[in-house]
Ligand binder design. Structure first.
Ligand code: GLA
Length: 777
């Protein structure tokens, strides 16, 4: 709800309040953001000022008590007594960078207008938008801030827009989407950083003095620094304490800047990375920032995450797949890499169909002369040798097996060794005459060019309509170097990175509208472009090329802070794992991947019958509880050597928990599981997913019970294993939600070398258990 009270604006959500006012000097003073409060006298929130402190500059003669350097501002600028990082920087035609944006007027209008050329959150309820118009009278430039409030999700979104109303061209060299002021600085900033195969590791930086910047300048939102971040206190825990969560609906270069001023005030701003940006605005032209998203929770990180999850599931993800259960897929990449052919794929698909796979995905290698990553990107027609019956021939056969069919594409790229490059070398992003820095043997198409966007739309339209294609994995596998567009003048080269993103959005927008039933999955060497911009078009994204269950538990924990489970796709792969060479049990790989949009990416043809039977059982189970995983409320528990997660159905009648152990502690039999999010007064039945255990995992300990000597790994050992399986422990407890959540379930004794029977919980390195919690009828 948006309320205007005299010169104040109060934005309330169900549990939060955000307030700011227009000061006497016409600036927007941020007053409060936090737990919902009732504002009786706004003066209480206003910092009192009589004199400018110390050696600070006076804003103007007229307001001798004002220095902008000590105000929490909604929109700051350069040159008028504020020395901190500004929201906006403009280079005027006279060479000056000084601006002074003061309040002109405001508009409160019904509905949420989509941003031109940029994705943004949407709202079926059509609430109000607050628009504040600021003006720099000296230079004739306008700055428009918009605010939108999502009451139930406790989310507020903001954007900034610059309009050049002067007669001369100006350059926008910085325009952050939002800025927040905090009156003290005892905060930590948590960012999610990493690299290929180790995305989204949480890093906490105490903010005490100076600047801390989390940013990407590689053209994509990047796995180096995801745009999602949090501001909280050192005392904040998963379930208690204040925490702010912020994100950006954008897929390109971004920056999140935190600065503690000389007065100990914290300013946080986030938006397009100003590094390298210089956007020329002619008279009457405008520049629009992407949409910033913010939420606050007094219920710790889990509370904040749940706000974000609900918001993304309802107001970012859209189309038919928003509420539709995501299919369990089998992807060919780690099973075959580039060595694919119709025969090989059909063999794999047959095995997939037998274990219950719903969607078969042909990954890279199917088009042009694509036998390695050195060539053919851009040549989007099937390789006749590999697919003699084309995409349709393969898709039809997959459909006959009862599965839907999907493909991999990487439309934004071109290989130098391709028909496309030979025909249109000028379409690649290159600086004419300058030797190019290479990346994965491919170059980026210059999406600033309309004709390149048209080519992508046309070639993909042709591919997607050439067969019954129901899923598309849209990949993007290199970052930017040699940033340049030969389609733009020299004074517009500072626009290239943002224009690229706008070009990409046009392609995604048109293709998702043309093919509304296709399930699109974003990908960029795994999670190199995992952001709300992509999720505005594609409902899910490949979280990481790393499918090692242990690393994945860390990566998925990272994503879970800012993104709901069903947006993160997660696959079960073979062992030794292709990224880490680690061997983890199949159950652990499944248990971790099940907390995401589940898929398999392994060569089922080479797997044993036992493994395939296990996979079949996993898939059967996942299908039964899929809606809890994909649409339930997620809670993080312990994290470290033990990973503990719970996901709870909306009605709180069903929940699934995971307990994953990295390394076993010897002679430590005790362990417990503490679910979260249950109904305190509901009676639940708590059980574990029971499994059969192979005696091979006990090695030559078999001789402790065997009447005859069994040589480890011998034929005899394997034969016994074939006919004789051990069972896992059985947890079987009926308890009220409060007892389960606050006391925790004391689990069966763990194996620790001194005995073993059917009640023993065999819990060694990398082992996971799934717990099923269902309301008693
Ligand atoms: C990227 C993706 C992988 C796979 C390959 C194919 O690395 O992240 O999943 O699709 O490309 O080349």
């Amino acid at each position: 709800m948006i309320t205007k009270q005299d010169n104040c604006f109060i934005l309330d959500t169900r549990y939060t309040t955000y307030a700011f006012r227009v000061t006497e000097s016409g600036h927007l003073e941020h007053l409060y953001y936090g737990k919902r409060i009732k504002i009786h006298d706004i003066n209480m929130l206003v910092e009192k000022r009589e004199f400018v402190p110390g050696n600070n500059n006076v804003y103007s003669d007229q307001y001798k008590n004002v220095t902008l350097n000590d105000l929490n501002l909604e929109a700051s600028f350069e040159g008028k007594s504020d020395n901190r990082e500004p929201l906006i920087k403009v280079l005027h035609s006279d060479g000056s960078r000084t601006s002074d944006f003061v309040y002109k007027t405001c508009v409160i209008r019904k509905g949420k207008t989509p941003l031109e050329g940029l994705p943004s959150s949407y709202d079926e309820e059509e609430r109000e938008t607050l628009e504040i118009i600021l003006e720099d009278k000296e230079y004739g430039v306008r700055l428009i801030l918009t605010y939108y409030v999502f009451d139930d999700e406790n989310v507020i979104t903001r954007t900034s827009r610059v309009e050049n109303k002067s007669d001369n061209a100006i350059y926008v060299i910085q325009l952050m989407s939002a800025q927040l002021g905090f009156s003290d600085h005892n905060y930590i900033m948590s960012t999610f950083n990493g690299a290929w195969a180790r995305e989204m590791y949480r890093h906490d930086t105490p903010l005490r003095a100076g600047k801390h910047i989390n940013s990407s300048n590689v053209g994509v939102s990047s796995s180096t620094a995801n745009p999602f971040f949090m501001i909280s206190h050192e005392s904040t825990t998963e379930d208690s304490g204040d925490v702010y969560g912020m994100n950006l609906v954008y897929s390109g270069n971004h920056a999140e800047i935190a600065e503690v001023s000389e007065f100990g005030k914290l300013r946080v701003s986030w938006g397009i990375n100003p590094q390298g940006l210089a956007w020329k605005l002619e008279k009457d032209e405008a520049f629009q920032s992407p949409e910033a998203v913010m939420t606050f929770s007094a219920a710790g990180y889990n509370g904040m995450s749940q706000n974000m999850h609900s918001f993304i599931r309802k107001h970012i993800v859209r189309g038919v797949w928003r509420d539709r259960p995501r299919p369990i897929l089998l992807n060919s990449w780690e099973a075959a890499y580039f060595k694919i052919s119709e025969r090989r794929l059909l063999n794999l698909a047959k095995e997939g169909s037998a274990v219950g796979i719903e969607l078969f995905v042909m990954d890279d290698g199917w088009f042009g002369e694509r036998d390695s990553d050195e060539k053919a990107l851009g040549d989007w027609y099937p390789n006749k040798k590999k697919l003699p019956n084309g995409l349709k021939g393969l898709a039809d056969k997959i459909n006959e097996m009862g599965m839907s069919f999907g493909i991999w594409v990487e439309p934004e790229m071109v290989s130098v060794d391709s028909d496309l490059y030979r025909k249109h070398p000028e379409w690649a992003m290159e600086i004419p005459g300058v030797k190019h820095s290479e990346g994965r043997n491919q170059r980026i198409l210059d999406l600033c060019r309309t004709e390149v966007q048209d080519y992508i739309i046309e070639s993909m339209t042709q591919v997607f309509s050439s067969a019954n294609i129901e899923y598309v994995k849209w990949d993007m596998n290199r970052t930017f170097t040699d940033i340049y567009s030969s389609s733009l003048d020299e004074d517009r080269q500072g626009e290239v990175c943002h224009r690229y993103v706008l070009g990409l959005y046009r392609c995604m927008d048109e293709l998702t509208k043309k093919f509304p039933d296709i399930l699109f999955e974003g990908c960029a060497s795994g999670g190199n472009r995992f952001d709300l911009g992509i999720l505005s078009y594609f409902p899910q994204i490949w979280g990481s090329d790393n499918t090692d269950a242990i690393v994945r538990s860390e990566i998925q924990t990272g994503y879970s802070y800012g993104y709901p489970l069903n947006t993160v796709s997660a696959h079960v792969s073979s062992v030794p794992n292709h990224q880490t060479l680690r061997v983890t049990p199949l159950e652990t790989r499944f248990a971790v991947a099940s907390f995401g949009s589940l898929g398999y990416e392994c060569n089922l043809c080479d797997m044993s019958k036992t493994e395939k039977d296990d996979i079949k059982a996993q898939i059967e189970m996942y299908k039964k509880v899929r809606s809890i995983y994909q649409f339930g409320m997620f809670y993080r528990g312990r994290f470290g050597n033990i990973t503990e997660w719970t996901v709870v159905s909306e009605d709180k009648c069903h929940a699934i928990g995971i307990l994953l152990q990295k390394m076993v502690t010897p002679n430590n039999q005790f362990q417990y599981f503490m679910p979260k999010g249950l109904d305190e007064n509901m009676l639940y039945h708590f059980t574990n997913r029971e499994l059969k255990l192979s005696i091979m995992m006990f090695g030559d300990l078999v001789n402790a019970v065997s009447p005859v000597h069994v040589k480890q790994d011998s034929l005899m050992h394997k034969t016994i294993d074939r006919f004789y399986k051990l069972s896992t422990e059985k947890e079987d407890i009926t308890a009220y939600g409060d007892a389960l959540m606050y006391a925790g379930v004391k689990l069966h004794q763990a194996f620790s070398g001194t005995g073993f029977n059917e009640n023993t919980r065999v819990f060694s390195d990398y082992v996971a258990r799934l717990y099923l919690i269902n309301a008693v009828e």
